[in-house]
Design a protein around this ligand. Structure first.
Ligand code: HEM
Length: 172
């Protein structure tokens, strides 16, 4: 049997590593390392897409899409974005989400799902916020503003006057 004696300093260090989230990650390490490296970003992408696509509300746009491809490209994107040794080769964000009519509420729903996964995986607050800050600017490419309704045609004879106000219109 292997017996390891851990002194008080060892326990303090062990507690710090658990509290800091991913074992082995230090203050100087890249966000990619703090997320758990390749295995970490892969698990985050897989879990996120599994949860969001199975959600009765958020899953709407994922019907008839290639889930395996989305997971793989998202993992690659997370790796690239956080300083890992990867190059994202998927489609541009605006192009890939166009036509799915993704709302702001759906975007925030996905962000919440991601935040929950990061907490479950023991990713510390600083790293969670760092990742969310990197993803936030993509909102403008993912969310499609609802189409503006065409202005209603006024009924004949009821058109409001658009003539500029004259002195006769003003009282006093
Ligand atoms: C910052 C947030 C997001 C990121 C980084 C992201 C990233 C990605 C990536 C990398 C792909 C695959 C690209 C490719 O196939 O080349 C993808 C596809 C997709 N994403 Fe997102 N996404 C985000 C937000 C969302 C949200 C909020 C939704 C809906 C709730 C969504 C729905 C989809 C769908 C439906 C596809 C597949 C599109 C298709 O193949 O037609 N995404 N996303």
């Amino acid at each position: 049997m292997i017996r390891v004696t851990v002194g008080p300093r060892g326990w303090i260090l062990a507690c710090f590593l658990v509290a800091s989230g991913v074992a082995g990650a230090t203050d100087n390490s890249s966000l990619y390392e703090r997320l758990g490296g390749r295995a970490g970003v892969t698990a985050i992408a897989d879990t996120l897409i599994d949860r969001v696509s199975a959600d009765p509300v958020l899953g709407r746009s994922f019907k008839d899409t290639k889930i395996r491809r989305i997971k793989d490209k998202l993992a690659l994107q997370l790796c690239d974005l956080t300083g890992g040794p990867c190059h994202y080769d998927g489609d541009p964000m605006r192009q890939v989400h166009a036509g799915h009519h993704i709302s702001q509420a759906e975007f925030y729903g996905m962000v919440e799902a991601l935040r929950a996964i990061l907490v479950e995986r023991g990713v510390d607050l600083r790293s969670r916020n760092e990742l969310l800050r990197l993803l936030a600017p993509m909102k403008r490419d993912v969310v499609e503003p609802p189409a503006k309704p065409a202005p209603a045609e006024p009924a004949p004879g009821t058109a409001p006057s658009i003539a500029p106000a004259t002195a006769a219109d003003t009282h006093g």
